[in-house]
Write a protein that binds this ligand. Structure first.
Ligand code: PRP
Length: 207
């Protein structure tokens, strides 16, 4: 049985669509109940529905053999896993954003609100810019509106959240997409099945 950590939500739906295309259907997924473990013994797969930001933890510790996670989370958490494939879905970017009328004061320490403290530190260190990080867990866009921070480092997908809050992208840090990851030990144990999955996924990926 292959244990797959699926991120709950829209990305998870897209990932499941890809996995079902390559033979890992699991009818229970459509029952839409509150179960967090759904399996299809006939197809040799067990799906674990986890919070997107926790996928890499389940895979790193071997509770899941493989999983799908955004590159943003891999860059920030640097988990000890194999990154096997860029699935080309969940495309967005990590960017610095601020108010539409934002003007940087280069003399002052820059206050940056973010869910991604490590990527943020690395990015500003590369610019030799002194910053103070304000770690938030969501609704990051509120921070500059309320004067809690000067700017934010966050995911921008359509740009709608920024626009509707009178914010704009100031700099793009890195493009992001969903990646297939594997537990290092289980990758050796279940090498045949995981290698086959990678090959089959490559055939059905969006171009
Ligand atoms: C993410 C991100 C932005 C939004 C960007 O938030 O943090 O707020 O999506 O998408 P857009 O450019 O298409 O508007 P998420 O939905 O993950 O919620 P969060 O507030 O918990 O971060």
């Amino acid at each position: 049985m292959l244990n797959v950590a699926l991120p709950k939500g829209r990305l998870g739906d897209q990932v499941y669509a890809l996995f079902s295309k390559i033979g890992y259907e699991c009818g229970a997924i459509y029952e839409n109940d509150r179960r967090l473990v759904l399996e299809s013994p006939e197809n040799g797969v067990r799906y674990l529905l986890v919070k997107p930001s926790d996928v890499a933890i389940y895979v790193e510790y071997g509770a899941a053999d493989v999983g799908v996670v955004g590159k943003d989370i891999l860059l920030d958490g640097n988990p000890d896993v194999y990154e096997l494939l860029d699935l080309g879905i969940g495309k967005c970017r990590l960017a610095v954003a601020g108010k539409n009328d934002y003007v940087e004061d280069r003399e002052a320490v820059l206050r940056v609100a973010t869910k991604f403290p490590n990527v943020t530190k690395k990015y500003y260190a590369s610019l030799n810019r002194e910053i103070e990080i304000i770690k938030l867990n969501g609704s990051i866009e509120l921070a500059p509106i309320l004067g809690l921070s000067d700017v934010i480092v966050d995911i921008v997908e359509s740009g709608r959240t920024l626009k509707e809050n009178n914010l704009k992208v100031l700099e793009t840090i890195v493009p992001v997409s969903a990646r297939l990851i594997a537990n290092r030990a289980n990758y050796q144990f279940k090498n045949d099945v995981i290698t086959t999955i990678v090959e089959k996924l490559m055939e059905v990926l969006p171009q």
